[in-house]
Design a protein around this ligand. Structure first.
Ligand code: NAD
Ligand code: UGA
Length: 468
């Protein structure tokens, strides 16, 4: 077995993860392949205009691209050349047929399994990097083996996932990724933990060790955790569900703060001082966005339903409902504050990315708010330092939306500014200048509670916050 690594899927997960693995393993050849030729061309672009924005990523790619990291569309060549194959393709929520709106759409993942089977000429370790429903590894194994091994036989073999069908042995592991966008490089270089799940067999143990060796070049041994495959698959969904649940919990408290005069940031500070709870992920805001929280919680709901655990399914569904409600609440409060009519008013959204330090707009709360405002016939202007290309694409069907790179121009003549993304420079803008250029009374709705509200009031703004 050779030491070469390939990742199938050159997206937000495949690109940064493999760049860091290549950086920390200079003696290994690392390849990233994708069916999307445009994306691969961007990863290979001479001026490093990479397909995703992530702080520090360009520096790592500059260091390793062409040295031991290679981007390509040649999936066949890469599968033949590499004995460790990571699968990092997208697994969006299925929007059709059985499980629509909840289950994971596994068509991209299955296509990848079939590609691996078609091109493999010797034994391979196949590593699930994508977030997948529990027991996907069993389906992966069935496809790779070319025959479905009855569960009874599998259990008798100690649930071994090693392939037998074609004479080539495939061992399927789960190595879910916990990085967050905007901090991906730091998260990869200094992970809280790396999780590797594998079958409890000799082949499984060898395969786990082969993947442990990749990470052990920079991750302390005690942070590399190994489990069985099903625990690893479920842990990823559970971890995202717990994080999403914290955001929905604090947002549920925010509504109560607004109704009672409590201040959600004060409440969060004191709750978080309890060592059992901890201070992270207690920031009230416009609700969580991003490609994963909603899809992974929905996937958990679907799994619970599939196993007849309806009360558990309802519990997790509440996390999603609370999140949707948060954006509706923001627009309702704005509506009430702007004299119950928004038609023909101009509103500037400051920030469209789902969080700061990324250009990613998947499931961004700003998208939901923009659409709710468009329904009220608002003239919406969107500004964002990294996400305007994606914003234009996401809202292409809305006619009354304009896009402006310059925040000052975006606010000109506006009745309100809604701060949607916590970009670090927003508090440092010249808010006097913004106020002067707006129609009066001028309102700021700071959904991230990151601006100095008292200063804004002194300037003359009416100010709304979340949870205050
Ligand atoms: P993405 O859409 O950015 O990238 C997926 C890539 O896979 C695309 O470029 C697509 O062209 C490619 N692809 C699809 N089918 C293919 C095939 N048959 N052969 C080759 N390439 C194929 O998605 P992403 O954000 O990188 O997420 C990928 C997975 O990682 C998901 O399961 C997600 O839940 C998980 N994940 C993502 C993050 C994150 O921060 N984005 C974090 C942890 C886990
Ligand atoms: C999240 C997890 O944090 C990662 O561990 C996981 O790997 C990843 O999902 C994934 O599976 O894709 P990410 O979505 O990139 O990472 O970003 P987060 O920092 O988790 O933020 C998610 C959303 O929650 C953002 O919209 C953010 O603004 C919001 N959030 C976060 C809050 O509103 N309040 C908080 O206190 C924290």
């Amino acid at each position: 077995m050779n030491r070469n690594i390939v990742c199938i899927g050159a997206g937000y997960i495949g690109g940064p993860t493999m760049a860091v693995i290549a950086k920390m393993n200079p003696d290994r050849k690392v390849m990233v392949v994708d069916i999307n030729a445009e994306r691969i061309a961007a990863w290979n672009s001479e001026d490093y205009s990479l397909p995703i924005y992530e702080p520090g990523l360009v520096d790592v790619v500059k260091e390793v691209r062409g040295r031991n990291l290679f981007f390509s569309t040649d999936i066949e060549g890469a599968v033949k050349e590499c004995d460790i194959i990571f699968v990092g393709v997208n697994t969006p929520t299925k929007m059709f047929g059985r499980g629509a709106g909840r289950a994971s759409d596994l068509q991209y993942w299955e296509a990848t399994a079939r590609e691996i089977k078609r091109f493999a000429e010797c034994d391979k370790i196949v590593v699930e990097k994508s977030t997948l429903p529990v027991r996907t590894a069993a389906a992966m194994e069935a496809i790779l083996n070319g025959e479905r091994i009855p569960r009874a036989k599998r259990v008798a073999q100690g649930d071994a996932l090693a392939g037998v069908g074609s004479g080539i042995s495939f061992t399927v592991l789960s190595n879910p990724e916990f990085l967050a966008e905007g901090t991906a490089i730091k998260d990869l270089l200094e992970p809280d933990r790396v999780l590797i799940g594998g079958p409890q067999t000799d082949a499984g143990a060898k395969a786990i060790q082969a993947v442990v060796d990749i990470y052990a070049t920079w991750v302390p041994q005690e942070r590399i955790l190994t489990t069985n495959v099903w625990s690893a698959e479920l842990t990823k969904l559970a971890a995202n569900a717990f994080l999403a649940q914290r955001v929905s919990s604090i947002n549920a408290i925010a509504g109560l703060c607004e109704a009672t005069g409590a201040d959600v940031d004060e409440v969060a500070r004191v709750i978080g001082a309890d060592g059992r709870i901890g201070p992270k992920f207690l920031k009230a805001g416009p609700g969580f966005g991003g490609s994963c929280f909603k899809k992974d919680v929905l996937n958990l709901v679907y799994l619970c339903e599939s196993f007849g655990l309806h009360t558990a399914a309802e519990y997790w569904m509440g996390v999603i409902r609370m999140n949707q409600h948060q954006q509706e609440r923001i627009v309702s409060r704005l509506f009430a504050a702007m004299f119950n009519t928004l038609a023909n008013k101009k509103i500037a959204l400051f920030g469209f990315a789902f969080k700061a330090d990324t250009g990613d707009t998947r499931e961004t709360p700003a998208g939901t708010v923009a659409r709710l405002l468009a329904e009220e016939h608002v003239r919406v202007t969107i500004t964002d330092p990294k996400a305007l290309v994606n914003a234009r694409r996401d809202l292409a069907d809305l006619s009354d939306v304009t896009y402006e790179e310059d925040e000052y121009k975006a606010a000109e003549g506006a009745d309100a500014v809604i701060l949607m993304t916590d970009w670090r420079h927003y508090p440092t803008l010249d808010w006097n200048r913004i106020y002067d250029s707006m129609r009066k009374p001028a309102l700021v709705f700071d959904t991230r509670n990151c601006l100095a509200a008292a200063e804004l009031r002194k300037i003359g703004f009416r100010v709304l916050n979340v949870g205050k």
